[in-house]
Design a binder for this molecule. Structure first.
Ligand SMILES: [Zn+2]
Length: 480
């Protein structure tokens, strides 16, 4: 019989900071260049070469720390983490250990049943990336190494073990990516390794939830792999515990093809790395004035903006989600709604009409030739009743096609709303005469037939009939 276990998952995510050059030298961080093209004595670790810290990397790391609600330490220290691996020519990685740059943050993620959950961020520290080993086809006796990534600036973000399911872990990683991309710290391209994570997972009984031995799954570079690897690993550990055996503390890999985790090596403890302060770099001092300057550039985060859209503009959660999926789209929507004062109308218009025009042209909202103010002006003409909704859509399409304002399109096309009773009455009489079947249906109590007849009136007026007036007239003409 399977016992009930409490699952505790913590993620260590590595985000590549969006700098043009590496953390301690001026080599390019560009992806996809010829192997070993972007290397120099510093990132190759040649004797006598000295590291010089990249100021932009520090600014981005501070920005990320603030966005994750962390305290930024005024003094942090780079240390050497010593280990041997062929993709690490120096024999050590420059990282931060005892004194990380940022600590004690938190992130709020969406949880089951529309609730929210707070996930602790224990620390975020700066470090350099290693190179990449390549194993070409052949007799398998030799491997190749590409050191272009050596020295690429990373921010390692360590969560508390507050995540309790693979689904939550995936949501956390998605939210983290959203924040980092939004503030411009990381490009978030997981296929290129710009964001990847290691997952710690342990199972315990409800009473000793943190007493379970944890394993670490390395190098998960997609949301799907993270979720699948955790699902497998939790079941594996459950099986081990159910059999009365002990989980071994170890590092495991994930085989995406076979969908299993496998043992790589027994887990090192920190003392195995022989950390010591990097003698070639002074402690990193980040004065409060610098933190304040970076903080002033920090814009509202997507989750906060979603909540504000719902509260201030009355849009639904789902609409807010879509509207904040891209910063430029959210900016566009907000400018429209500030001008019109009608959140629902603006949300509907932006999601249907604007997105269609953008998609047809392969543009982002920031590149839209029809500006938010022009869209807002059109929407105001619709809500004031100057033109009808269908006319508005026609005008909007023309605004995009012809690059004109709503007023110019309306004048050029002679578009106006028909609210004149005698003109509408004539059209309605024609519709009633041409559709005896639906008229009889309506009189027999079928309300749906009314919608059909109303559609015929709108069609006959080429969409120019004032819908409210036409509806009243149609109902009285039908004797309803
Ligand atoms: Zn270099």
């Amino acid at each position: 019989m399977s016992a009930q276990y409490v699952v505790a998952i913590g993620l260590e995510c590595h985000a590549q900071l969006r700098t043009r050059s590496k953390l301690f030298c001026s080599c390019s961080t560009r992806f996809g260049d010829e192997p070993n093209a972007n290397t120099c004595p510093v990132c190759l670790g040649l004797p006598g070469a000295l590291p010089v810290l990249n100021g932009e990397a520090v600014r981005l790391a501070v920005l990320a720390g603030l966005a994750l609600g962390c305290e930024i330490r005024e003094r942090s220290v780079f240390e050497r983490k010593n280990y041997f691996y062929p993709d690490l020519p120096k024999g050590y990685q420059i990282s931060q250990y005892l004194y990380p740059l940022a600590v004690n943050g938190k992130m709020v993620i969406g949880a089951a049943g529309g609730t929210h959950k707070e996930i602790g961020i224990i620390r975020a520290h700066m470090e350099e990336d290693a190179g990449k080993l390549l194993h070409p086809e052949g007799d398998g006796r030799y491997s190749q190494v590409d050191l272009n990534r050596c020295g690429t600036p990373l921010l390692e973000i360590v969560s508390a073990p507050d995540l309790s399911s693979p689904q939550e872990a995936k949501t956390y990683l998605q939210s983290l990516r959203e924040i980092l991309v939004h503030v411009g710290v990381c490009d978030g391209v997981m296929e290129e390794g710009s964001l990847r994570c290691d997952a710690n997972v342990s199972l315990g009984t409800p009473r000793d939830r943190l007493c379970g031995t944890r394993t670490e799954i390395k190098n998960l570079n997609s949301f799907r792999f993270l979720e699948q690897a955790l699902e497998y690993e939790i079941e594996r550990q459950r099986g081990v515990l159910d059999r009365g055996e002990r989980v071994i503390q170890e590092t495991r890999g994930y085989d995406a093809e076979r969908r299993v985790t496998y043992s790589q090596r027994s887990k090192e403890d920190a003392h195995d790395y022989r950390y010591f302060p990097e003698p070639d770099l002074r402690p990193l001092l980040v004065p409060p004035a610098l933190v304040a300057r970076v903080a002033s550039a920090l814009t509202e985060l997507p989750a906060a903006r979603r909540a504000r859209f719902v509260a201030a503009f009355g849009v639904s959660e789902a609409d807010a989600e879509l509207l904040t999926s891209q910063r430029e789209l959210a900016d566009y929507f907000e400018e429209v709604v500030r001008a019109t004062g009608d959140g629902k109308q603006a949300a509907n218009w932006v999601q249907s009409e604007l997105l269609r025009e953008l998609n047809n042209r392969g543009l982002t909202a920031g590149q839209a030739p029809v500006r938010a103010a022009q869209t807002a002006e059109l929407l105001q003409r619709i809500s004031s009743g100057a033109i009808t909704g269908p006319q508005g859509r026609e005008v909007y399409a023309a605004m995009w096609a012809e690059g004109k304002d709503a007023g110019a399109v309306i004048r050029a096309r002679g578009i106006e709303r028909i609210g004149d009773v005698s003109t509408l009455a004539g059209m309605i009489a024609g519709v009633i005469a041409a559709n005896p079947g639906p008229v009889a249906d309506f009189r027999a109590g079928k309300e749906r037939a009314f919608g059909f007849l109303m559609g015929q009136v709108m069609q006959r007026s080429k969409g120019q009939a004032d819908p409210k007036v036409a509806q009243q007239l149609l109902r009285s003409a039908l004797g309803g």
